[in-house]
Design a binder for this molecule. Structure first.
Ligand code: PAF
Length: 282
């Protein structure tokens, strides 16, 4: 892959990269479309990265269908699929990891210790292998997007990071490979995740509610008396340090993770809250 990238670059071609864990859906296809708009050659990686799964998580059950993925890539004009195996990515005595501090402390970082260390390590490795000019990630994994942008900035990685909007089903449910775990009834009811985010946005922008605790309490009510739904977190953070905030001002991310039956689903929205007026000093 490195040799291929080097020869493409020698021909003056730009490389757009979409890292995935496979089981592609319309969300991934929109990332591929974005990559096509930003580069001449599009590389998709398909690799279920064990380093980002905790010991009791769904690594072995994670949905896989390489034949279908290959077909979808072909239909969507992908030039190269990079499909490594565990022995190539983490050979015996593998020892090097990349860790972004602080931004990985809360939200999914709190529930899934080690998850982001696994993500930033593999993304770093994939960048070194694919040598892309730009790479496209989805806003659906909002904390991941912020963490990767921070890693690229801190480590001076010469890759332009593009964050593409979340693609949703008609009822608002964000597309995710993990939606496969839902029963048809749960899939219908899971529209409440997006409704919860919209309620938060409405309270902030239309009602002027700027206290995170009040907004989170209101949103939590939507999940009461729903036996299939368990809240992991509903949190509001700033997008710079990804720390929970109580008084909202500037760019914030309202994010949630909800267990729906067997599936743990995440979703988020970014909201621009008018900044506090700073009193003029005469
Ligand atoms: O978003 C994902 O699918 C994964 O976290 C990624 C970026 C492909 C790294 O394994």
């Amino acid at each position: 892959m490195q040799q291929l990238s080097a020869s493409l670059k020698a021909e003056g071609k730009t490389i757009g990269f979409v890292p995935t864990m496979g089981y592609l859906h319309d969300g991934h296809l929109s990332l591929i479309k974005t990559a096509h708009a930003g580069a001449q050659v599009v590389v998709v990686s398909i690799y279920v990265n064990p380093a980002q799964f905790g010991p009791s998580e769904d690594l072995s059950n994670y949905p896989r269908d390489i034949e279908r993925d290959q077909l979808l890539c072909r239909e969507n004009g992908v030039d190269i699929i990079f499909y490594p195996d565990d022995g190539q990515m983490y050979p015996d005595a593998y020892a090097t990891y990349v860790d972004v501090e602080g931004l990985t402390q809360h939200l999914c970082g709190a529930t899934r210790p080690g998850h982001f260390r696994g993500v930033t390590t593999i993304v770093n490795k994939l960048f070194n292998i694919v040598q892309p000019d730009c790479a496209v990630f989805g806003q659906k994994d909002g904390q991941q997007a912020l963490v990767i942008k921070k890693m690229v900035k801190d480590l001076h990685i010469p890759v332009q990071i593009i964050i593409a909007p979340t693609i949703r089903e008609k009822n608002g449910l964000a597309l995710s490979s993990r939606n496969k775990y839902l029963t048809p009834k749960q899939r219908k009811e899971a529209s409440v995740l997006y409704k919860a985010l919209q309620l938060g946005e409405h309270l902030i922008l239309d009602k002027g509610e700027l206290k995170a605790s009040v907004i989170i309490d209101e949103i939590s009510k939507l999940f009461q008396n729903k036996p299939d739904f368990t809240i992991d977190y509903i949190t509001i953070v700033d997008t710079l340090k990804v720390q929970p905030i109580e008084h909202l001002s500037g760019e914030i991310m309202l994010a949630l993770a909800i267990y729906v039956g067997k599936a743990r689903l995440i979703d988020n929205i970014i909201i621009q809250v008018p900044r506090d007026q700073i009193p003029e000093i005469h």
